[in-house]
Design a protein around this ligand. Structure first.
Ligand SMILES: Cc1cc2nc3c(=O)[nH]c(=O)nc-3n(C[C@H](O)[C@H](O)[C@H](O)COP(=O)(O)OP(=O)(O)OC[C@H]3O[C@@H](n4cnc5c(N)ncnc54)[C@H](O)[C@@H]3O)c2cc1C
Length: 487
């Protein structure tokens, strides 16, 4: 696998800048380079692959990096293509570069990033880089949705996707005896991977159920691959004797220095705990996540329009060619809706064709047929993604898991009681007002962890919050950027 990248640079000018080197970004940059565009690929992580193809850290010298992955052959093919394009000078790759802002407009965009001298510095690296491009593709993926409960801040409680990332990148387990909980199909992959890597997973706790999928036989019939994937996941859990409890939730974690047990309770259709059903389950780690939220900061700052997905989360609106509502800006992958790696790969490829056409590159012979076939696969997968989002939409009753002293915003230590007071007594009706009254979401993570919970407690959906900078930026970098603009 290619592991090198260029150092931070300013003054690079290309046809297309792709932000994000996950499945969507990789498919897009390789296709665009195949079509003759000069490209730059910027990613905050040290190695390409995004979440699904997350690679073991270089220093670990993993002998079989593919051991924890499915679909590695597709990734290997993409990285080989990327390497060939890099060698031929068609793609400039900047790993460890967090894009904090995109400015400009159609035909003349500037992506401002922070990177390290060796290309692996990430946000802490502090070296500014600006890449100029005629078109931008936003392939920034998603992050996890967390719904707090008593004890969720104890050491040993980690995000479900975070546990997967620890395993894939660091080859470490969050514990030896790990309960997996929350909602959504990602939990199946997480529980299976943890068990396969040697953890004991006594139970997978899912707040929704899988029976609901059967109510859409048409959608299932049009996505046989998803049924096969689901069956394979179920077989893996069975093999490792992972019990699955649906319509249940972890409503509390217990321990002093670290989590030692959790309370698992049955929940009703709205995710309200059924009285008297709570049972303690011993564990030394809890991997918990309630779905994913598209990562939208850069696109929202540029004014891109969003839609609400069936689970209440905001995603970028794109047309059939992956164009956002802002001219010259395309999006692909989970920033346009949560649908998995296969959908992200398709969207990346479609977007690249659209960008090449917009930049007046000739259409290759036979491309029309492939694009039509990709478009049809995208529609089928999106239909499945919508079903998935609808089935795992957080129920309003999750708020009943909270006690008044449960921390909702862990950066600013704002409790559920304080948020409740802001909503019920001070009349706050949205996340922003709660933030102004309580400081929830004003800390280091800027509401990425608590934003969904606060918005839902205020009676809304997941917020499409705008942030002028997508990550903390040193003042010196901002000042230098201003000075460059004035020249
Ligand atoms: C923590 C986590 C773990 C997951 N694990 C799995 C799994 O094991 N199996 C599975 O089927 N699905 C998993 N998923 C779902 C997974 O996100 C997708 O199915 C798939 O990877 C989506 O591809 P993508 O290209 O849209 O985004 P991603 O794969 O998320 O890639 C997005 C890329 O954009 C980069 N990025 C984001 N913002 C910036 C910025 N401002 N500047 C520079 N770079 C940026 C990120 O570093 C990342 O590499 C996981 C999701 C999460 C959040």
């Amino acid at each position: 696998m290619p592991r090198s990248s260029e150092p931070a640079a300013t003054g690079v000018v290309v046809d297309l800048v792709v932000i994000g080197a996950g499945p969507a970004g990789l498919a897009a940059v390789n296709t665009a380079a195949d079509l003759g565009l000069s490209c730059a690929l910027l990613d905050a992580a040290a190695l390409p692959g995004g979440q699904f193809y997350r690679q073991p850290a270089t220093g670990l010298r993993a002998a079989r990096p593919q051991a924890l992955h499915h679909g590695w052959r597709v990734f290997a093919a993409h990285t080989a293509r990327l390497e060939a394009h890099r060698a031929a000078g068609r793609v400039r790759q900047f790993a460890g570069h967090h894009v904090w802002s995109v400015s400009g407009g159609v035909g003349a965009w500037e992506s401002h990033a922070l990177g390290g001298a060796d290309g692996t510095g990430g946000p802490g690296g502090g070296q500014a880089a600006t890449v100029r491009a005629r078109a931008v593709l936003c392939a920034t993926g998603a992050h996890e949705r967390q719904l707090p409960f008593p004890g969720w801040t104890l050491p040993g409680v980690v995000g479900a996707g975070g546990a997967q990332a620890m395993l894939k990148a660091g080859l470490v387990l969050p514990g030896r005896w790990v309960v997996v909980a929350g909602s959504g199909p990602l939990l199946l992959a997480v529980a299976g991977s943890l068990a396969e890597a040697g953890a004991r997973v006594p139970v997978l706790v899912e707040a929704a159920d899988y029976a609901g999928y059967a109510r859409r036989p048409g959608t299932l019939g049009r996505n046989p691959g998803k049924l096969v994937e689901g069956a394979a996941q179920a077989a893996r859990l069975l093999r490792h004797r992972v019990a699955v409890r649906t319509r249940s939730a972890v409503i509390a974690a217990h321990g002093t220095d670290r989590v030692e047990a959790v309370t698992v309770a049955r929940v009703d259709r709205d995710w309200r705990p059924v009285p008297g059903t709570g049972r303690r389950v011993a564990c030394d780690a809890l991997a918990v996540g309630h779905g994913l939220l598209p990562q939208l900061e850069l696109a929202l700052e540029l004014g891109c329009a969003v839609r609400a997905l069936p689970d209440g989360s905001p995603a970028l609106i794109v047309d059939a060619e992956q164009r956002t509502s802002v001219e010259g800006l395309w999006a692909a992958g989970e920033s346009t809706g949560l649908g998995g790696a296969e959908l992200a790969l398709i969207e990346g490829e479609l977007a690249a064709h659209s960008i090449a056409a917009a930049l007046r590159r000739p259409v290759p012979v036979g491309a029309d047929g492939r694009l039509r076939a990709l478009g049809r696969r995208r529609e089928r997968l999106r239909e499945f993604a919508d079903l998935m989002a609808e089935r795992h939409r957080p129920g309003v009753g999750w708020a009943d898991w909270l006690s008044p002293d449960t921390e909702i915003c862990r950066c600013e230590e704002v409790t559920a009681g304080a948020v409740k007071e802001a909503v019920e007594e001070l009349g706050a009706g949205d996340q922003r007002t709660v933030k102004l009254l309580t400081r929830a979401g004003m800390g280091w993570c800027q509401g990425r962890m608590c934003g969904s919970a606060v918005a839902r407690l205020a009676g809304g959906n997941d917020p499409a919050g705008t942030r002028p900078l997508s990550c903390p930026v040193p003042m010196g970098v901002l000042a230098a950027d201003d000075a460059t603009d004035e020249q």
